[in-house]
Write a protein that binds this ligand. Structure first.
Ligand SMILES: Cc1ncc(COP(=O)(O)O)c(C=O)c1O
Length: 404
């Protein structure tokens, strides 16, 4: 299976410093398979037109947009294509969403965010303080999980929105979303979920999660740069979004502005097919369900290997929940005693390994764990195209680094 997956990614053939490049930078954006690239090239080669015209290429553009909504609905387990909106990226969509929701709020109303979240699910809500809205944040525990007692303390009948991530892009923590949903709905609050780091690694079932809004980003799951918003049927139609009077006013268009990146949307459809290609079944959803389980098993095995290898290295501290947790993303962050993460990543880069250092916009979490001073952490993320030999190579390279 490994070779057949890897051969689909042209960028993995790149030679850097005399050896094939190794990508552990997936949490910041994965590599893209040939099928996705071909699909996008085909748009510019054959059917490059704007929407709603009376000619063939325009019809095709209308169809490709609708098809992409259907494909993403299958990926997320959504009710249907009208629940899926597109934007430039997750951050932009979330700013628009937060501004629209805030128009329904009064000064003194409260929004609950977390210390674990990426700034993209904090900044848009923190901004609403300018309207007299109170933003409270759920505390982070040392082990990279949320303090649920603190969440219970901070949620109240004044809470109008709970904005929370599904999986942490720094520690791989998967939050207890059932518990959060229960509390949010008891308080009568909207639940907005950032699933950017979850969708690439674990089967997403947005109806089971039962949130009002969910956001994700296709470049994290083998696609191009497109932001995706799921809205519960009816939820978007009642919001006063920034939009033009000439556009379609109802969901899913209500939060979309201007012309889409049509080639990228075709790429998103193709990357859903790519994920479905690992599974079996009669529908895209069935294939996604079994395909994500194959992908999860593969990624978990490698994450385990990486975790154990790192644990055996002198002076290495690994952050986040233990890997035995069933629900954990295969993303591992660590520090090495007396070494800055930037030094670690430069050494890895000299050995053709791509990995990130810093806070990855999960800056509040890094501040709370007192890691800003040391330059944050080194993060290595497993993707579907990674293989055992790459993990072995990374560990032996880090061993060389540690031993000086
Ligand atoms: C967990 C998480 N949320 C949100 C974002 C922002 O996504 P985008 O780059 O599409 O705005 C990222 C990007 O790294 C992320 O990892």
């Amino acid at each position: 299976m490994n070779d057949s997956i890897r051969s689909q990614f042209p960028s993995l053939k790149r030679i850097v410093n005399g050896r094939p490049i190794v990508h552990f930078d997936g949490p910041a954006g994965t590599q893209v398979p040939q099928s996705v690239i071909d699909a996008m090239v085909n748009v510019y080669s054959n059917c490059n037109a704007n929407t709603h015209g009376h000619f063939i290429t325009s019809h095709e553009t209308d169809q490709l947009i609708n098809h992409c909504r259907k494909q993403v609905a299958e990926l997320l387990g959504a009710e249907g294509p009208d629940t899926i909106s597109f934007g430039a990226n997750m951050t932009t969509l979330n700013f628009t969403l937060a501004n629209a929701i805030a128009r329904t709020l009064q000064p003194g109303d409260e929004i609950l965010i977390t210390q674990l979240d990426h700034e993209a699910n904090r900044g848009p809500w923190l901004n609403q303080r300018r309207h007299g809205i109170i933003v409270r944040e759920v505390a982070l525990e040392e082990d990279g999980s949320l303090d649920y007692a603190d969440l219970e303390k901070k949620i109240s009948e004044r809470t109008r929105v709970v904005a929370i991530g599904l999986a942490s892009n720094i520690f791989g923590t998967v939050n207890e979303i059932d518990r959060v949903r229960q509390l949010a709905y008891e308080a009568g609050a909207l639940l907005v979920v950032d699933a950017v780091h979850y969708v690439p690694h674990l089967l997403t079932d947005v109806q089971a999660i039962d949130c009002d809004f969910m956001l994700c980003s296709a470049y994290k799951f083998y696609g191009p740069h497109v932001g995706i918003l799921y809205s519960r049927p009816g939820a978007l139609d009642s919001l006063n979004t920034d939009r033009l009077r000439v556009q379609v006013q109802r969901a899913p268009n209500r939060i979309e502005t201007g012309t889409h990146n049509h080639a990228a949307l075709v790429g998103v459809s193709a990357c859903v097919d790519f994920l479905a290609s690992f599974g079996n079944g009669n529908s895209t959803r069935e294939k996604i369900i079994s395909g994500m389980s194959v992908l999860q098993t593969h990624e978990r095995g490698l994450a385990q290997q990486l975790y154990l290898g790192l644990r055996d290295l002198e002076g290495v501290d690994i952050y986040g929940p233990p890997l035995k947790e069933e629900q954990r993303a295969p993303t591992i962050s660590f520090t090495i005693e007396n070494k800055r993460p930037a030094e670690v990543c430069k050494f890895l880069a000299e050995h053709s390994i791509c990995a990130w250092d810093g806070h990855f916009y999960a800056k509040r979490a890094v501040e709370v764990l007192d890691l800003m001073e040391v330059g944050g952490v080194t993060r290595m993320g497993i993707a579907v195209y990674n293989v055992e030999s790459e993990v072995e190579y990374a560990i032996s390279t880090l061993k060389k680094f540690v031993e000086g």
